[in-house]
Design a protein around this ligand. Structure first.
Ligand code: BDR
Ligand code: CA
Length: 302
């Protein structure tokens, strides 16, 4: 198994990604670090704790991270995935507190304790914590084995602006730092995540499964359908990060030179391919049905 840290803003699709990681023996989850994004930092942190409690995995520590972008103010907490950030599904709500250490400090120290290259980071939210790691603790950041991040749109239209995807838009300066950092980044943009879609039928099969984790993911996706424009199927953005880590052969990777727009407004966080950009591995294709099948197999295994 790979030593893995999940940096996340749960978030319904984050929650599905976390459960998939917990269900997969290929990962040893050393810790979860949280960031503000889909909802404010206290709630994303609490949701991480609730998910771990649901799986009786309170042995995995949770470290709270950035409450706001690197250098700009806002956006205001968005409540993108309902009042509680995870669509109101029934998760335990234990009397529980995160670790007292800040996410960035813990991650830096943890990376320094482990052999270089031994720790992978799976990034499911705005890149604030990881940019701070690269800026403040570069000697630790350099030890990351691989950073797989959901974010951006390359040839596809964005989901918050014509060319902007939420995670990069929420903290464009952080995204620019990470893209230019030279860290071993694999970016999983909307071009791919929109092709890993849960249909109603898929959700019903999961929700009816005897495995509580599969049933929980079924309810999470069901709540993800509420309020969605396309009610036939929903893209599973963040779980694609775990799916790439589990089965890279299902994805088509291209090396692109990318830069991040750090302007304001709806272009913020947009990616541009240009000769001045930094080399990044980007997933541009996926075998969607095979990826969904892998997700279902891991969630339903007892
Ligand atoms: C990303 O934005 C968030 O709302 C999701 O959790 C995902 O990480 C998709 O653009
Ligand atoms: Ca997310």
């Amino acid at each position: 198994p790979r030593l893995t840290v999940i940096d996340t803003d749960p978030g319904i699709d984050d929650a599905i990604g976390i459960l998939l990681a917990l269900a997969s023996p290929q990962f040893t989850i050393a810790g979860v670090t949280t960031v503000a994004g889909n909802i404010g930092i206290e709630t994303t942190t609490r949701n991480a704790g609730r998910l771990l409690a649901f799986e009786d995995r309170e042995d995995i520590p949770v470290f709270q991270g950035a409450s706001a972008p690197l250098s700009r103010t806002g956006p205001e907490p968005l409540n993108l995935h309902g009042e509680d950030g995870i669509g109101g599904v029934a998760l335990p709500d234990p009397a529980w507190l995160p670790e007292s250490q800040h996410a960035v400090e813990w991650l830096a120290n943890f990376l320094l304790e482990q052999p270089a290259g031994a720790v992978d980071v799976l990034a499911l939210g705005p890149l604030t914590n990881l940019a701070r790691l690269a800026l403040e603790r570069p000697e630790a950041a350099r030890r990351i084995g691989r950073m797989i991040a959901m974010g951006g749109a390359i040839h596809e239209h964005g989901n918050v602006g014509p060319r902007s995807e939420f995670n990069l838009w929420a903290d464009p300066e952080a995204a620019a730092v990470v893209v230019a950092s030279g860290l071993p980044l694999v970016l999983i943009p909307l071009d791919v995540t929109r092709r890993v879609r849960a249909t109603r039928e898929f959700v019903e099969t999961l929700a009816a499964n005897v495995n509580p984790m599969a049933a929980m993911v079924g309810s999470l996706i069901e709540s993800y359908f509420e309020g969605a424009a396309n009610r036939e199927s929903r893209p599973l953005h963040d779980p694609c990060v775990m799916l790439y880590a589990l089965a890279p052969e299902l994805f088509r990777i291209e090396e692109l030179r990318l830069s991040v727009d750090t302007g304001n407004g709806e272009a913020a966080g947009a990616l541009t391919i240009s000769p001045e950009g930094s080399l990044v591995q980007v997933a541009l294709g996926v075998d969607g049905p095979a990826a969904l099948d892998l997700l279902a197999r891991h969630l339903t295994a007892i």
